[in-house]
Write a protein that binds this ligand. Structure first.
Ligand code: URA
Length: 223
């Protein structure tokens, strides 16, 4: 049983917040931190994200966008970052791209409520610019913990930012899509971002193939 004060300190440390200890403090905090980061439950993680000030986006956001959906979903969808509408409503993929994402999911018999949807960033970058590498790495622990908590059978990374960040790659989406990747043992499929599909509907066929691949990989895990 971890002492609550040690656990609190470890959460702060795991989230990169400096912790000052009295000189005679007995425990090496680094050791506690690695335990406690892995022990954070949904409510604790939600609170940490809501209060986060790890990067400058905390100053310009209206609110954080934690993620939404079924907490033990078979599918996890990971996008880039909240846009204007998401920042206003506090929910991921609620604008036009969100409607397209809902359509993509419906095409393979899934509802928005049956999956878990998250983003690489929990805060909106001003003018919807691409996330900076420092912002993505400041936010990464949150996404990693969400993946651990959901334990999805398959992850669908939508768009370049999600795919490149999750797979630590600089390959273009066109080369990453259409095949299986792995993220810590979880099958991961890359596909085009729904906002791109709105601009280039001719790519829908490829997305359909990616969704079918994700469905197949997810059911292999379930079997
Ligand atoms: N685009 C994303 O990548 N995420 C959202 O939440 C909304 C739009």
């Amino acid at each position: 049983m971890i002492h609550p004060e040690h656990q609190r300190r470890a959460y702060l440390q795991a989230m990169g917040i400096d912790v000052w200890l009295p000189r005679d403090a007995a425990e090496p905090v680094a050791a506690l931190a690695s335990d406690a980061a892995g022990a954070m439950d949904w409510d604790e993680l939600r609170r940490c994200v809501a209060d986060c000030t790890r990067c400058a986006l905390s100053k310009s956001r209206t609110q954080t966008v934690f993620g939404a959906g079924k907490q033990d979903a078979n599918w996890m969808i990971i996008g880039e970052a909240p846009g204007a509408e998401e920042d206003r409503r506090g929910e991921p993929f609620v604008g036009r791209a969100g409607q397209m994402l809902n359509e993509m999911l419906r095409a393979v018999g899934l509802s928005r409520e049956s999956v878990f949807i998250a983003n690489v960033l929990k805060c909106r970058p001003p003018n919807n610019r691409d996330p900076e590498p420092g912002e993505a790495s400041a936010c990464r622990q949150y996404l990693e913990r969400q993946i651990e908590l959901v334990q999805p059978q398959v992850i669908l990374a939508v768009g370049k930012i999600a795919a490149q960040n999750l797979l630590q790659s600089d390959e273009p989406v066109g080369r990453m899509r259409g095949r299986r990747h792995d993220l810590k043992g979880v099958p991961l499929v890359v596909t085009y971002h729904p906002a791109y599909l709105l601009r280039s509907p001719s790519q829908k066929r490829k997305v359909w193939h990616d969704l079918c691949l994700a469905k197949q990989l997810g059911s292999e895990v379930a079997a």
